[in-house]
Design a protein around this ligand. Structure first.
Ligand code: BV8
Ligand code: ZN
Length: 286
């Protein structure tokens, strides 16, 4: 795949980013696209090709067909583990360091459930929709350590591990569920309830602290970058508007238009893996 051409970064934008004291970087699925993680807009493949992700990522889907939904997450979890951060994640982590070294703060707020920001070195990443690596009991809410071991003695109940129950069974198959399989979710060692991903499904409330920190960050930002998001999922899609109303400079990084344009000062058309390194280099040097 030929690299996208380097975008022209206006001197005024570079200056605004270099002098900004409070920066918010909001990322969506597009930020991980060049790492090989399909976005929600991309059609699903294999077992799930006939489903719309927004239908699968719901408590109703999990209640109706837990094996299908848990199998999807086991496959996605193994996909994330096989992927690596792309230069866009690296540029965001550098931006956070550069702003910090100048006495300011750059907050990374992501809608994504992968850990690529953390693996690229970003600090204190705010996950508005949770993290795919974490699981919890759908009934009692207990955080569950995914050890993926086969059920002890076949009864599906493991001895209680220190600090949170150990889930049994339902772990990632060796091939990570290649093109995807139905996998019965493990059972909670505490109450026997089904284990689910500890992420926010459609129709579920966002973690309060995460949302409040993101909202406050946007309301106090000098610059907000909206990277790789279709700006269609609320309340996350509200953040650039909150920043704009509070007087921040709003920058969009996306190869396509998203409908956020009326609130955007700088619309940088292109892939995050090319645009972000160019933007950060223009502001802070190569
Ligand atoms: C809630 C975890 C209420 C699961 C996800 C108004 C107000 C409040 C709620 C609503 C509202 N209107 C509607 C709602 C309901 C709903 C909603 O927003 N629906 C939408 C579809 C209309 N919102 C909710 O349900 C939220 N909860 O509001 O609860 C409540 C309150 C109290 C008590 C109870 C309930 C919860 C939403 C969270 C859902 N969970 N993820 C999982 O991952 O499996 S959302 C999921 O979809 C992702 O996390 C992501 O956030 C979203 C997809 O959006 P994007 O990240 O933008 O990705 P997308 O594929 O859409 O776009 C990719 C973009 O990247 C594109 O623009 C593309 O051009 C670009 N791109 C591609 N390649 C690149 C690139 N960009 C840069 N570089 C590239 N290389
Ligand atoms: Zn439980």
């Amino acid at each position: 795949m030929t690299a996208a051409p380097e975008p022209e970064i206006a001197g005024e934008l570079a200056e605004a980013l270099r002098t900004a004291r409070r920066v918010v970087v909001l990322t969506g699925a597009g930020a991980s696209a060049e790492s090989g993680i399909p976005t929600f807009r991309d059609a699903l493949t294999g077992l799930w090709e006939r489903y719309d992700p927004a239908q699968l990522a719901t408590p109703e889907a999990f209640a109706a067909d837990p094996d299908l939904v848990w199998g999807w997450y086991v496959w996605r979890r193994s996909l994330v583990a096989r992927c690596r951060p792309n230069p866009g994640h690296g540029a965001i982590a550098r931006l956070q360091r550069e702003v910090g070294e100048r006495g300011g703060g750059a907050m990374v707020v992501t809608q994504n459930v992968d850990d690529l920001h953390e693996r690229a070195g970003a600090q204190d990443v705010i996950h508005l929709h949770g993290a795919i690596a974490q699981s919890r009991c759908a009934d009692c809410g207990e955080k569950v350590r995914e050890d993926g071991a086969e059920p002890a003695g076949g009864d599906g109940h493991a001895e209680r591990a220190q600090g949170g129950g150990a889930a049994q069974g339902g772990g990632a198959p060796r091939d990570g569920g290649a093109e995807g399989r139905r996998i019965p979710p493990p059972r909670c060692a505490g109450c026997g309830g089904p284990v689910r991903p500890a992420i926010v499904w459609f129709g579920e409330a966002l973690p309060q602290v995460a949302w409040r920190r993101a909202e406050e960050g946007a309301a106090n930002a000098d610059v907000l970058l909206s990277v790789g998001t279709s700006s269609t999922v609320y309340p996350a899609a509200e953040l650039p508007h909150i920043a704009r109303r509070a007087g921040a400079r709003v920058v969009q990084v996306n190869p396509s238009s998203t409908g956020l344009e009326p609130a955007v000062h700088d619309d940088l058309r292109g892939p995050a893996g090319t645009v972000l390194p160019a933007l950060v280099a223009a502001a802070f040097g190569p």
